[in-house]
Each structure stands twice: as C-alpha cells, then as structure tokens.
Design a binder for this molecule. Sequence first.
Ligand SMILES: Cc1cc2nc3c(=O)[nH]c(=O)nc-3n(C[C@H](O)[C@H](O)[C@H](O)COP(=O)(O)OP(=O)(O)OC[C@H]3O[C@@H](n4cnc5c(N)ncnc54)[C@H](O)[C@@H]3O)c2cc1C
Ligand code: SF4
Length: 336
Amino acid sequence: MREFDYRRASDVPDALALLGAEPEARYLGGGTNLVDLMKSGVERPALLVDVRELPLDRIEATPEGGLRIGATVTNSDLAAHPEVRRRYPALTQAVLAGASGQLRNMATVGGNLLQRTRCAYFTDLARPCNKRVPGSGCAAVAGEHRNHAILGASTHCVAVHPSDMGVALAAFDAVVEYATADGPGEVPLAEFHLPVGDTPHRETALPPGALITGLTLPPAPVAAVSRYRKVRERASYAFAIGSVAAALDVRDGTVHDVRLALGAVASRPWRAGAAERALRGGPATAEAFAAAADAELAAAEPLPGNGYKVTLIRNLVVAVLTELAEESRQTEEAAR
Ligand SMILES: Cc1cc2nc3c(=O)[nH]c(=O)nc-3n(C[C@H](O)[C@H](O)[C@H](O)COP(=O)(O)OP(=O)(O)OC[C@H]3O[C@@H](n4cnc5c(N)ncnc54)[C@H](O)[C@@H]3O)c2cc1C
Ligand code: SF4
C-alpha cells in the first residue's frame, strides 16, 4: 500500500479545504470500501481526510414530513432509527440486508452511495478494466459476468452498483445533498449514478471535490407498506444477485400508488418506472404484477451468463408485490 497522510476534518469547510489542497486526497467515511481498495492498489491516495467526526450524524424530520439523513450516519444507526422503521420499512430492511453487523457499525451513508463496483476484474490489476483504466477494455463481457448487469449496460462496462441501501433510496425519491467550495448543491438519487455509456470511470454526478453532506427523503405515505427482498448466494452476508424495493397502496383492489426499484441489475439502483406506470390505476393481481415486471424487463439485454437474472427479478417482483397487496388490504380493512 502506498504511504499516505491522514487528517481528521473539524467541520465541512475544513474538509473541503483539506481535500482541495491535495489533488490525490480522498474523503474517508467508515473506510470499509476505500481501505480495501487501497490494500489492493486500486486506490492510491496521498491523503485521507476523515469526515466521520463531522456533525453530519443526525436523522431529522423535515418540515414537509420527510426525513433528512446526515452523510455520516452509520448504516446501523440508519436501520435502527424508529422513524425510518415506521415510515420507510424497506429502507431499514435494505440496510440490514447489506454486509455484516460489524461493517454496518463502521459504514456511513455517504460512503455507501460511493462504494465502488464489486466486479472482480476491477480489483485485479493484471486484467483490463475500463472503469479502473479508461480505454483498457472490459474483461467481464467475454469473461465472468454471472453477477453483472442486465439493464442499462454497454459493451464498455457491465458492472452493477452493489448498494442495497441505494435501491430503497431510489424507490423513495431520495435527494443527495453535497457541499463544494463554491457552495451547496443537490441531485436526485435517480440521477446521482451516471449511465455507463463509453465512460464507465465517470460514476457519479458529484462535482470534483464535493463532500456528501446528507440525503433528503420526501414524505411518501405509500412507503409505510414497503419491503426489500434480496437474493444472494449465501445467507450470512453477500452482495445481491438481484433485489427489489417496493411499496404499494391498494384501495378497493386497485393500485392507488406504487414504488418499485431493482438492485444488482445495472450500474445504478434501477427505478422501475415502466413497471410503475403499468401498475398505477390497474388491478392488484399477480397477472398485473407479472405484466408490469415484463414491461420493465423488456429493455433487458442479458449476456450469456446472466440471463437467469431476468427470471429471478420477474419472480421477485411478483412475490413482493403480492405480499404487499395483501398487507395493504389488511391495512385498508383495519382503517374501516
Ligand atoms: C465484506 C463486505 C460485504 C459487504 N456487503 C455489502 C452488501 O451486501 N450490501 C451493501 O450495500 N454493501 C455491502 N458492503 C459495502 C459496504 O456497505 C460499503 O463498504 C460501505 O457502505 C461504504 O461506506 P464507508 O463509510 O465505509 O465508505 P468508505 O470506504 O469510507 O468510502 C467509500 C467511498 O466514498 C467516499 N466518501 C465517503 N464518505 C464521503 C462523503 N461524505 N462525501 C464524499 N465522499 C465520501 C470515499 O472517498 C470513498 O471513495 C460490504 C462490504 C464488505 C467489506
Ligand atoms: S464490467 Fe466494468 S468494472 Fe468489470 S471489467 Fe468491465 S469495465 Fe471493469
């Protein structure tokens, strides 16, 4: 590992100034991804600017009725927060489905969104990878791509974004807030991770040097009946090979509101807009759920080794929406 300096930032302007003064600096959250990448030589920062002690560790209600989540809130604290559990249960479930208890205690919200891909070629310095070395090629397309993307990929990169938390945040229209030396900014999570195109090394819409300060979740009454379901290769802890975050509000058998996002299918948490449009105002039946999944997956372009994901996601969407339809029916009945 390259030798590096370490500084702990005292406040947001200090963090921005420390990073701005060293071109090869990186912010350090929990370090659970960055330090691994430093060990493998993928990341070689000259300076780590530790942001974990910044006063960005609160979860607060917004005047509009949503929640604001600070960037240094740990995954564990986010999952355990009573208002997150009550108002956005799929977010709690998504966070708890990720990593292990020890990792969640260290990992932060900002770092989770910026974690890098888990494509094995990305961390293998002997293999070509357009994300690591732009223009060098992609070893995964003709190689091992079983866990890779089926939606929105390109021949330049087929890696998926590994975050579970991000999938629930995408379903609930989260907005990412950041600070730069020129002032604050924000970007919807749906636009935060960039489409792959021919520039897979450009991963997010964050301006250079920007510090993520937090996230805002708008009020979403539908989220009270929501669920995150993740399929992985072992139960203890593992990244998703497919996941679904969904929320459903059914009234008199008709879909009144729905939110749907998919994980481990694309380079970004995938908001399933086509499926949502197919469902809104229609019947809450298994047939309608399957048709909606098909509408979303019509754009899928699987590679030879990952076509199974199309069936997996279709089944997952139908199963989760069927469960939520029943839960919504019970909630409706209890309210009468
Ligand atoms: C064994 C293992 C299993 C895992 N399993 C899962 C899983 O199943 N699901 C899942 O979702 N995740 C999983 N993870 C990933 C884990 O959730 C991430 O490593 C973690 O969320 C990253 O957060 P961090 O705070 O440690 O980020 P760091 O490692 O500190 O940083 C990651 C990146 O974010 C940048 N950064 C950090 N904070 C900020 C900020 N505020 N503003 C701007 N940039 C910032 C850093 O510079 C770095 O580039 C796993 C990790 C491991 C090691
Ligand atoms: S899929 Fe992306 S991350 Fe993996 S080798 Fe290809 S370019 Fe690199």
